[in-house]
Design a protein around this ligand. Structure first.
Ligand code: TYM
Length: 333
């Protein structure tokens, strides 16, 4: 069975962008892959976090993983910082990566510009090598992510090829992963500025819907989403980015295709469309929220995370030992 790995940062509550771009894919993929779903708390601390809040968000994200339908009998769910091989492997990756490669990363450029006043941590620059470590430790074949992670996956593939050539004569010491981005919904845009990506760290809370937003808030945010003045519901991401984004969201939360939605709303205005879209999102998120709230402080959740960490450690340590042996660290194991 092939292996998938993916992670989400507990740097806030996931948005419907995270859900559509990444989490929704996880649910079906767990059926046919050996699956690792990680809560990447070490990635979250590349920008400042409040300790208590971070810990609460970490557990909340774990509860959300389960609430959307990830099944611990099928998938390994764990917290990154509880498997120390990630930080160790990241060091080896860093020592085999050029600074230039990291400075070119779009996410580094964006985040360092955004955090320039509070100071940019070294971790923000070396964030991608930690992500490379996450992926290679499980010999992952496939990484389901949203569009914004494409560049990090290219870096991972380059690293693995280079590492295999240099330290194992081109043999498959590490697996070269493929990226998996959904055909539609790989980049959900802000509700307030549809030319900008929806992000959980956006200062304007109206720009995103969090997976734990109350139904009334969800309806309100959709109602106030920026569209255009034409009043015609059609998909044209260049000229009508707002309504096109809402169509993508609507199709992702229902069984309708975008074409079917366009057809269905051809004689309606934006008002009716937005009202129905709000209801469609609530219909999916409300049961997830109820399950999340049951799980958040449960022993069941702790047990699943304990077991996930044990399983992840055993696999990750095997790869780490292989890497150390290949590059000559310590005495041979
Ligand atoms: P993060 O926490 O920013 O986002 C988690 C996942 O959600 C996707 N995503 C989106 N998809 C569609 N539209 C959006 N507006 C949107 N915003 C976010 C992201 O692409 C991602 O798949 N570096 C990663 C976390 C990570 C990781 C990994 C992922 C760490 N190690 C190893 C895969 C494999 C990140 O910052 O995700």
């Amino acid at each position: 069975m092939k292996t998938i790995f993916s992670g989400i940062q507990p740097s806030g509550t996931p948005t419907i962008g995270n859900y559509i771009g990444a989490m929704k894919q996880f649910i079906s993929l767990q059926e046919s892959y050996t699956s690792y779903f990680c809560i990447v708390d070490e990635h979250a601390i590349t920008v400042q976090q409040e300790p208590l809040k971070l810990r609460q968000q970490t557990k909340s994200l774990a509860a959300l993983y389960l609430a959307i339908g990830l099944d611990p009998a099928k998938a390994i769910i764990f917290i990154q910082s509880e498997v120390s091989a990630h930080a160790e492997a990241a060091w080896i990756v860093q020592c085999n990566t050029n600074i230039g490669e990291l400075e070119r990363m779009t996410q580094f450029k964006d985040k360092s510009a955004k955090n320039s006043r509070s100071g940019v941590s070294v971790g923000l620059l070396t964030y991608p090598p930690l992500m490379v470590a996450d992926i290679i430790l499980y010999q992952s074949n496939l990484v389901p992510v949203g569009d914004d992670q494409k560049q990090h996956l290219e870096l991972t593939r380059d690293f693995v090829t280079r590492f295999n050539n240099k330290y194992s004569n081109g043999n498959h010491l590490l697996t070269v992963p493929e990226v998996k981005i959904p055909k539609s919904g790989g980049r959900i845009m802000s509700l307030q500025d549809p030319l900008k990506k929806m992000s959980k760290s956006d200062d304007n809370k109206k720009s995103f819907i969090s997976m734990l937003d109350a139904p009334a808030i969800i309806r309100k945010k959709i109602k106030s989403a920026v569209t255009d003045s034409s009043g015609v519901i059609e998909y044209d991401s260049e000229n009508k980015p707002g309504i096109s984004n809402l169509l993508t969201i609507y199709a992702s939360f229902t069984d309708f295709s975008i074409a079917e939605l366009v057809d269905r709303y051809q004689n309606s205005g934006y008002g009716q469309f937005k009202e129905d879209l709000g209801e469609a999102i609530v219909a999916v998120l409300e049961p997830i929220q109820i399950r999340h709230n049951e799980l958040i402080d449960s022993d069941e959740l702790d047990l699943i995370l304990d077991e996930g960490a044990i399983k992840a450690r055993s696999v990750a340590n095997k790869t780490l030992i292989k890497m150390k042996n290949a590059i000559g660290l310590g005495r041979k194991n």
